[in-house]
Design a protein around this ligand. Structure first.
Ligand SMILES: [Zn+2]
Length: 275
């Protein structure tokens, strides 16, 4: 069994502030420690279910948040920036399941540290009219390679947000968001136990899980934080303006849709103001 772990950070138990999950933050060392604990719990759960190959794709910020030598079961580690498939880089049709670890709520939701790829550029994203976070966008890649998404971990919002795009995905809730900057967290040991056991059970039940089946052709709508970002987005072929701050793209190739969305993320970075 081959298992793919897409690892974000904001959804890890104990993490409630950017200071804990950005390299320049004064509490980043603590955040990394909490993160590697949950990643190893997922690795242990996958191994207990029979996984023989595990790939960890670091999908947070500059994407080198994990100390490779601390990863359990000799898991391979895909790290570093500018990956074409971003949070899903490394996935292909040879994998049996994907796990989304440490995920956070969509920008349109009051979950802790909520955002959708870029909080300073993107105000909302909808797939076929349904608001989605990163899980739904990443499900497009899983759909292309026909790999089921078995588990998502994070707060109380991430599971329900993933449901419309990741059929049968198992939710592991390790904290309850109170506001965008506070949460009631499980103790790290409890969170790790929940993840280890949840991943094991989900992967044991793999035959009952189907890959994502987002209806194609699909339409992705992206609402930006400023009209000039929406204008810039229309420079990409196939992207059309819906209103001053919103664009839409439609297509029947899930991988192409994902790539186009990622291009929007990279392109609009140039217009983000620093104050
Ligand atoms: Zn992140």
């Amino acid at each position: 069994m081959k298992v793919f772990l897409s690892v974000d950070m904001e959804g890890v138990a104990g993490i409630v502030d950017w200071a804990q999950c950005l390299a320049a933050g004064e509490d980043y060392a603590l955040g990394r420690d909490l993160l590697v604990g949950e990643v190893n719990a997922a690795i242990d759960g996958a191994a207990a279910a029979g996984a023989t190959q595990i790939l960890v794709n670091d999908a947070h910020s500059v994407m080198r948040n994990l100390p490779p030598q601390r990863l359990g079961h000799r898991a391979a580690y895909l790290s570093g920036r500018f990956k074409p498939l971003y949070m899903m880089e490394g996935l292909d049709e040879s994998f049996d399941a994907a796990v989304f670890l440490g995920y956070h709520a969509a920008i349109a939701t009051p979950g802790v540290l909520s955002h959708t790829y870029n909080p300073r550029a993107i105000a909302d994203v909808l797939i076929n009219g349904v608001t989605t976070g990163e899980a739904g966008l990443n499900a497009l890649v899983a759909q292309h390679f026909r790999v089921p998404v078995a588990v998502i971990t994070g707060d109380q919002y991430v599971g329900p947000e993933a449901d419309p795009f990741c059929p049968g995905v198992r939710h592991i809730q390790v904290k309850r968001s109170i506001s965008r900057y506070s949460a009631l967290n499980q103790h790290p040991d409890v969170a790790r136990d929940l993840i280890r056991e949840g991943v094991r059970v989900a992967l044991k039940n793999l035959p009952s899980l189907a890959p994502p089946r987002i209806l194609m052709p699909a339409t992705i709508e992206v609402r930006f934080t400023s009209p000039d970002m929406a204008e810039q987005a229309t420079w990409i072929q196939g992207v059309s303006r819906v209103d001053p701050v919103t664009v839409a793209l439609t297509g029947d190739d899930p991988l192409r849709l994902h790539r186009c969305f990622i291009t929007l993320v990279y392109l609009t970075r140039s217009l983000i103001e620093s104050y």
